[in-house]
Design a protein around this ligand. Structure first.
Ligand code: ADP
Length: 370
């Protein structure tokens, strides 16, 4: 009987509970034993009660719960081989031979590393006398499948990550609240949203709320952003708009690669000097409300369908199967090579950090053309 464990790792995102519920129930439905690893890789390294057998009824009602009920953590020990060695030992001791991990690119990188080291970790455990050859014999193959849980929609190769539409909806809701007061007082608001390397949330929030101006990390304005923004905001005000909404991603940059802060944007909007906009301007940093709350229907659906597919992928895997993650492309749930997607994601982040925006944009374009 196959023993399949599910884990959530890295930053939490709405819809992770839908993933856990789906994996647990699909595993049981397929005649397997289901396990949950609590607190991400920390639970795998600690073992014991952190690895818990899950029954059908234990995930009842989880679709409408926010965050992740099995906990998540950042785990320093898992970055080092001794930590992964202990994790491997705990897997064997619990009889687990398949792991479904829902997390961001960091968590999925860790997962791939774990699988690539798998037989050698077992050999080391045997040579150190921590486990017997007899104990490890049934565990020669480890199946790992990833599901992307991230509010930023920052993983290459999938159209949406579990949680991104909940975060986007939350942002829109908050902007709607802010707009009421902005309109009443004829004010400007600079709204900072999450996204260090990926501007998806800021960009789509801009589209969905009809914001005046948006700043994202990957594609700075071609010209001086101050001049560009002033022209646009002035035009909108001339047309009779009583509110000004500027959305800025955490990692927004100017064309020289320098960070654009909400304060700088505010100063420009509030400038009372000649040619300045002179608007009564406030800054709102949305922060963790973007992660919070329950998942929207889309994320519940995505988490459920991907959880089901992940169990199927585990059951159909052979030792030769490349480690995959479950994506959604053009509304179809598909399996894709994990490391290619993680590498492409890292390449975009590296291009943004290196201020090579042309490359960042061409990588994004390639992603959409893919
Ligand atoms: P996210 O999954 O949201 O990107 P992190 O980057 O913090 O979040 O990764 C979550 C956890 O995954 C880390 O705390 C660590 O335990 C594990 N991890 C991340 N990157 C690696 C890596 N290169 N090698 C091993 N483990 C990793």
């Amino acid at each position: 009987k196959k023993k399949i464990a599910v884990m959530t790792s890295g930053g939490d995102s709405p819809g992770m509970n839908a993933v856990v519920r789906a994996v647990v129930r699909m595993a049981i439905h397929m005649g397997c034993d289901a396990f949950a690893v609590y607190e991400g890789y920390e639970g795998l390294v600690c073992g014991g009660d952190y690895i818990k057998r899950m029954e059908w009824h234990e995930v009842r009602g989880w679709l409408s719960e926010g965050g992740t009920l099995i906990g998540t953590a950042r785990c320093m020990a898992f970055y080092e081989r001794p930590g992964r060695l202990t994790a491997a030992k705990n897997m064997v001791l619990h009889g687990i031979d398949a792991l479904i991990i829902c997390g961001g690119d960091g968590s999925l990188t860790g997962a791939d590393r774990f699988r690539s080291e798998w037989p050698s970790l077992l050999d080391e455990l045997v040579s150190k006398g921590e486990l017997s050859a007899h104990q490890v014999a049934p565990f020669k193959n480890l199946n790992i499948v990833g599901i992307v849980g991230s509010i930023d929609n920052d993983l290459s190769g999938t159209d949406a990550t579990v949680g991104c539409y909940s975060a986007l909806s939350r942002i829109c809701e908050m902007v709607d609240y802010i707009e009421a007061t902005a309109s009443s007082h004829s004010r400007a608001f600079v709204i900072e949203v999450m996204g260090r390397h990926c501007g998806w949330l800021a960009l789509l929030a801009g589209v969905a709320t009809g914001a005046d101006f948006v700043f994202i990390p990957e594609r700075p304005q071609d010209h001086d952003w101050r001049a560009d923004m002033s022209v646009v905001v002035k035009r909108h005000r001339k047309m009779g708009k009583r509110k000004t909404i500027v959305i800025v991603a955490e990692g927004a940059r100017d064309k020289n690669g320098d960070k654009i802060s909400p304060e700088e944007i505010k100063d420009l909007l509030a400038d009372k000097g000649e040619g300045g906009l002179g608007l009564d301007t406030r800054i709102t940093t949305l922060g963790h409300v973007q992660r919070g709350g329950t998942a929207v229907a889309y994320d519940r659906m995505l988490g459920t369908l991907q959880g089901v597919e992940a169990v199927k992928a585990v059951l159909e895997a052979t030792p030769e199967t490349e480690t995959c993650f479950i994506a959604i492309n053009e509304n179809k749930i598909v399996r894709k090579p994990l490391m290619k997607a993680v590498q492409e994601t890292k390449d975009v982040a590296a291009a943004v950090d290196a201020k090579d925006f042309e490359r960042a944009m061409s990588l994004r374009d390639a992603e959409f053309a893919d």
